[in-house]
Design a protein. Sequence first.
Length: 647
Amino acid sequence: MKQWKLWLQPLAVFAVMVLFFMLFYYKDNKYYTPPPYGKSGIISLSGEDLEQSNPIFLIDGWLLTDGRVTDKPTYIGEFSNLQRRDLLVSPHGQARYQLTLRYDGADQIVSVDFPQLYSEYTILLDGIQLSRGTGSGRITFPLTAGDHILVVETSSKLGYYSGMYFPPALGTTATLFQVRNVQSFSYALAFLVPLALAVFTLFLWRTDGELSHWFMVLCCSYALYMARYFVFLISYSISLPITQYWFLIQSLAMYCLCFCVVQLTILASESAGSKAWRWMKVVFLAFPTILIALSLLIPVFSWIVCIHGMLTDFYYVITFCAAAFFSVHGVTVQRWESRYTLVGCSVFGVGLLTNLLFSNRFEPIRFFWQFEWCGLLLVLLFGAMMVSRSRRILQENNMLTNHLEEQVKKRTEEVTQLLEERKAFFSDMAHDLKAPVFATQSFIEAIRRSGIGIDPELQRYLDQAESKQWEMARRLQGLSTINALDRIEEKRVRVSIQELLSEVYAIHHAEAEVQSVYLTINPPEQDAFLMAQPEKLNILFENLIYNALKATPQNGSISVSAWTENNQIILTVEDTGCGIPKEELPLVFRRFYVGAKNKGTGTGLGLYIVHGIVTELGGTIHVSSTVGTGTKFIMEFPQSICAVHSE
C-alpha cells in the first residue's frame, strides 16, 4: 500500500469518529435534553413533559447539604465527590440532596432511576423512605398535583466517587422501560461480542502465539469493564456488596485494556524485543499498581483524589503515545498490520480527547460513553486484524502446501526412477557376476582334480577360496531372489484365506510326502479375505514351508492354520523340527543371517523376505521356538487390510 494511503486511513477514521461523537453529544446526552430544568431546589413538571420520548433528567436545581454547606444549589455531575475541588477536605462522608417536584398535571404512576450510586443511599419522598441500599436505586410512586419533596441521602467511606454523581431519570414506567431495554441490549452486545471473540481466539487462534493471547486478554478486559452496567442493574433488585468496590475492578479492567492495546501494537510491529519497550513495560505495569494503591489511600489522604485523577489521565496519554510510536515504527519496517494499528491509534486518540474535553458535560441516555465506544471499536479492529492475519497465514500455508506437493511429486518421481535404476543395476550385476563366480568354482575343482603340486598349504588356500566363492554364490542367489520379488507389480486383490491354504497344500504336500513329513492345513471355519498380491503370498509360504521341511525329521509334521480373532486374520506355520536356539530368535529376520545349523546351505534371505512381505501388508510376524521340539511362526493382519466374510 502506498504511504499516503496508509496515513490517509487513520486521518479519515479520526474525522469520522469526531463527527460520530458530536452526533451522540447532541442526540444521546442527558445534559443536552430539553426543559423542564430545575432551579433553586424546585423543578416544575406538567403532564406534557411526562409524554416525551425521553425521560426527564433531574440534573439542575438540587440543594446539597453536607458537613460544610446547607442547601447549596448544585447540579448532578458538577462534582465527582464531596471534596468539591478543596484538596484539604475529605471526599467522603454524608450528604443530602433535595429537589421539590412541582407537578400540575393529571395523576399518574412514575418512576425515578438512580444509576451507579457508589455510596450507601436512602431515598425518601415526602418524608417516606422508598428505597435503601448500595449501587443503583429505583423508586416508583403515584405523582399527583402539588409539591413532592424528593430526598437522596448518601454515605460513603471509600473510592474516588461519593454522593450522587450520575443524574437520575424520571418518567413513566413505559418510557423508562423503553430506554432501559435499548441500553440493556446495547451493553449486552458490547459484553457478549468480546467474550465470543475471546472464546473464538481460545479455540481457533491459540496457535498464533502472543498476538492471540493478548487479543484474548483485550476482549476479556473490555467485557469485564462493560459488565459494570449489569452489576448495577442487578443491584436494583438485590443488594450486592461488590457494587461499592466495583470502581476498583472497573479501573483494573481499563488499565489492562490500555496495556493490551500497546502490547498488540508492539507485537504487530515486531518491536517486542526493543530496548524502548523493555523500559516502558516497567512504567505500564507499575502505573496501575500505583493508581489502585492511591485509590485505597483516598480516605486517609484527601489530596490523593487530585493526584489520582491527574495520574489516570497521564496513564491514558502515555498509552496513546506508546501505541502511536510503535505504530509508526510498524510503518517504517513495512508491517502490513500497521494499517490496523494506525487506525487503532486514531480511535484511541479520539476517545482520549473526548474524555478530557467533555468531562462532566456528557452522559449517554441509551448507548455508551465515549471511551466505551472506543474500546468496542478497538476490540473489533484488532479482531479484524486477527482475521486478516489468519487469512494471510492460510494463504501462505496453501502456497507452501502446493509447493510442497509439487516438490514431493518431483522427489517421488526421482526416487521411483532411482529405484528402477537400482533394480536394473542389481539385476545386471547379478547376471554379470554369475559367470565369473561359477568359472572360479570350475577352476578350483579343476585344480583339485589334477592334484599336481597340491601341498597342505595350497589345500588350505583352496578351501578358503572355495568357501568365499560359495558365500559369493549364495549372496548372488539372494540378490536374484530380491530382484524377482521387486519385479512383482500386480495390483492387490481380495484373496480368500480358505482358497490360499488349499493352494499351499496342493503345491507343497508332494514334496512333504517325499521327505515323510505330514503337511496339514487348518482353514478358518468362516472364510476371511486379505487384500494382497497372490504371487507374494505364495513366496511367503514357500519360504516358511521350505525352512520347516529342512528342519523337520522324517515322520514329523508341519501344520498351516488360520482363524479370525478381534477383526484380525491370524496365520501360523508350525513344525516339529529341531527348533531354533533362544539366542538366535531375535536375529532370524535379519538380511543374510544364517543360523549355525545352516552355514554353507542357506542364503539368509528367506525369513527376511517373509518379514518384508508381512510388513508390506500392514501385518506383524513373530516366532516362538524350543530346541528339539519345533518352531512356530505367527502372522497377524489388522482389520484395515482384511475383511471377514459373513453369509
